[in-house]
Design a protein around this ligand. Structure first.
Ligand SMILES: C[S@@+](CC[C@H](N)C(=O)[O-])C[C@H]1O[C@@H](n2cnc3c(N)ncnc32)[C@H](O)[C@@H]1O
Length: 202
């Protein structure tokens, strides 16, 4: 983990303890809930150590994992290789520059546990918009706007600082301001929601 990288989104460090696996015992259920379908081409944006990337790769035709931290991409690359998964590319770079990092349009962009830390959300959403094929989907999985003391996992408060957390309404407003249209909001228990947006065909 390297939070001194220029452009690193605040409060988006990958957890080091083993509680991530306890929080996300069913990553496939999360992907299905936000509308990811077999055969799609997917971008796992801010992919971290690949906990979701592995399951996306099993579902999708192809996935590109993008993260600013090349060391985390190495961890993810190792995780997928151990499982014999080969339909994934790994690209290090800033989420603001997606079409430069991956010029081929994708059907689905998945962004989990990072949107709360993005300083210029409109810029991020425009970057996602341009990375999507027409009618492509963008799913944002965020911590609910609850006090951090209440979101305990394995007996400890977890997740980003309370003041960084966003309500579904704030997320919808920020993403629609960047040019994508809300499709639906789903609950992702115990502490998250997923907001799914569509790129209009024009
Ligand atoms: C909390 S982790 C979540 C990882 C993964 N999405 C998950 O839910 O398991 C957030 C990730 O965002 C990455 N990140 C932070 N700033 C970024 C940026 N500007 N562009 C791309 N990735 C970034 C971090 O390196 C980290 O791996």
């Amino acid at each position: 983990m390297n939070t001194t990288l220029p452009g690193f989104f605040q409060g988006t460090e990958m957890p080091t303890a083993g509680w991530w696996e306890a929080l996300w015992p069913d990553p496939v259920g999360v992907l299905t809930a936000v509308g990811m379908k077999p055969g799609m081409t997917v971008m796992d944006l801010c992919s971290g150590d690949g906990w979701f990337t592995l399951q996306i790769a099993k579902l999708a035709r192809h996935v590109v994992a993008i993260d600013i931290d090349a060391n985390l991409l190495d961890v993810a690359r190792h995780r997928l290789a151990e499982s014999g998964v080969t339909n994934c590319d790994f690209v290090a770079g800033n989420a603001y520059e997606l079409t430069r990092l991956w010029p081929r349009p994708v059907d689905f962009v998945f962004l989990a546990n990072a949107f709360h830390g993005v300083p210029d959300r409109e810029r991020l959403v425009r970057s996602v918009h341009d990375a999507l094929a027409p009618a492509g989907l963008f799913a944002v999985v965020n911590w609910h706007q609850r006090p951090r003391e209440e979101t305990t996992i394995l007996g400890e408060p977890r997740g980003p600082r309370t003041e960084l957390r966003m309500s579904p309404g704030q997320t919808i407003q920020a993403v629609e301001a960047g040019g994508l249209k809300l499709a639906r909001v789903v609950e992702v228990p115990p502490y998250h929601y997923g907001a799914v947006f569509e790129r209009l065909t024009s």
